[in-house]
Write a protein that binds this ligand. Sequence first.
Ligand code: FAD
Length: 290
Amino acid sequence: GTVRERLSAGAPVLSLEFMPPRPTDDADRIWRNVRTLESLRPGFVSVTYGAGGSTRDNTIAVAARIARETTMLPVVHLTAVDHSIRELRSFIGALADAGVVNVLALRGDPPGDVTGKWVRHPEGLEYASELVTLLRQHGDFCVGVAAFPHRHPRSASIEDDTAHFVAKCQAGADYAITQMIFDVDDYLRLRDRVVAAGCDTPIIPALMPVTTMRTIARSEQLSGAPFPPRLAKRFAAVADDSSAVRALGIEQATVLARRLLAEGVPGLHFITFNFARATTEIVAELKIPA
Ligand code: FAD
């Protein structure tokens, strides 16, 4: 199956994001969480590539295990950073060998923070759009790309960001997933800009439920986008009470998900950080058709 097919069925598609275990992680615990989340019957699950300190090598292994041992459809994230075109070709070949046809094509970030200077591999690619083209040349992949509601931190302006995003879609993307959002208007403004530019690629909003005060700091680090100040104030008011923080996080993500569904989004993508409980609680409230 492909993400494209699942999106074209019409109903909003639930998707979940996992990270391959780092050497210091309890891989069995993570796998148990993956199996727990299978009961939500997601339309697809995605496995990150070199994000959050995980090594890149495990991505295909985790995706292949998901394909082999579960009923879930895996999507592999692939970043161009620090790879020559030759290495990318060989990775794409390995994906095909493992039977993975769904890929999220990304440029990636140089190590360090997301706003640091981009450095292209001397024999590598400059933009994610070129990775989309490379995948298209190598076979019948279903290709997703990234979208940035607040513009990418390295884009000079929102207009440039929109134009480059649309060009990336036209290079052959089947759908896009956004950077994590916390405000429905951020998603709607992005969608309006893209539609106004004549592009109808489905854009799936990503949600990262806040479960601790650390999640808020982490979201800004990962996305380079500000956490909405009004919401930050509500969390700050209960910061000393960890269960109140968690309850507010679940409530806020549930309200956001409901608003997004009411706006007709093609799906909801949950960044799980390899935990099962928060996502399970939110999805249980939503009654997304499986
Ligand atoms: P691009 O689309 O290449 O855009 C990068 C910048 O170049 C933008 O500013 C864009 O406007 C600009 N640009 C594009 N085309 C042109 C052009 N023709 N001329 C001039 N400028 C141009 N990172 C990981 O390391 N591993 C992951 O697994 C991972 N998963 C992610 C999942 C999602 C849903 C998202 C949103 C991000 C993810 N990232 C991941 C982070 C991502 O790699 C970074 O945000 C990266 O900085 C941007 O990637 P991109 O694919 O959007 O790049």
